[in-house]
Design a protein around this ligand. Structure first.
Ligand code: HEC
Length: 180
């Protein structure tokens, strides 16, 4: 081979090589971007059960409020029942005393219907029947009268006397605060 041809061939080869490597260099791909992790789907929250429609809370059916007038009439009956109770107890008439005590207990349940407002103090203007102590005294009267009826029927006079005093105490405790 002629020396020139060899040289030219070499040159071409060199150029070609250079070009190829340049191109390849250019082609060198940039480090592949870290593949984006496929977004992990947020775990879907369990489909919530349809929010239940708030049922109106079932409250104990409240008895009709009692006007002051009716209430006073009821208190008078309470006083009459208490009078009968005392007299029959004194004479040791168990059945009659028990009947009066039961009447008293029944009437006592109506005390919680009183529609009056508290007249003075922190709770002024609120319903008397919503006051804790008022409720306790009303319930205390009912309970004492019920116990008394049992004791009178069983001729347990001492126990009956104790409950008679408890009855009287609820009257005066409540009146001291709410009968103004
Ligand atoms: C839990 C409270 C409470 C208890 C217990 C209670 N009372 Fe009363 N009482 C009242 C209130 C309040 C009045 C006032 C009512 C009004 O003026 O509207 C009243 C009023 C009365 C009156 C007056 C009625 C009138 O004509 O003005 C009598 C009599 C009476 N009570 C008797 C009794 C007797 C007897 C007892 C017990 C055996 C008793 N009470 C237990 C709250 C109570």
């Amino acid at each position: 081979m002629h020396y020139r041809i060899v040289a030219a061939t070499c040159l071409v080869a060199a150029l070609a090589f250079g070009a190829v490597s340049t191109v390849m260099g250019q082609n060198k791909q940039p480090a592949p971007k870290p593949k984006e992790e496929p977004r992990k789907e947020e775990p879907k929250p369990e489909p919530k059960p349809e929010p239940k429609k708030e049922e109106p809370k079932k409250e104990e059916p409240k008895p009709e409020p009692m006007s002051s007038e009716d209430y006073e009439g009821m208190m008078k009956k309470i006083k009459t029942a208490q009078g009968k109770l005392k007299a029959n107890l004194k004479n040791k008439k168990g059945a009659e005393a028990a009947a009066a005590a039961e009447e008293l207990a029944k009437l006592a349940a109506d005390i919680l219907r009183y529609d009056g407002d508290v007249k003075e103090g922190d709770n002024k203007g609120k319903k008397v029947r919503d006051q804790k102590d008022f409720k306790e005294w009303a319930e205390g009267l009912k309970k004492a009268a019920e116990n008394l009826a049992k004791h009178a029927k069983a001729s347990k006079w001492d126990d009956a006397e104790t409950e008679k005093d408890n009855v009287a105490r609820t009257c005066s405790n409540c009146h001291d605060v709410y009968d103004k």
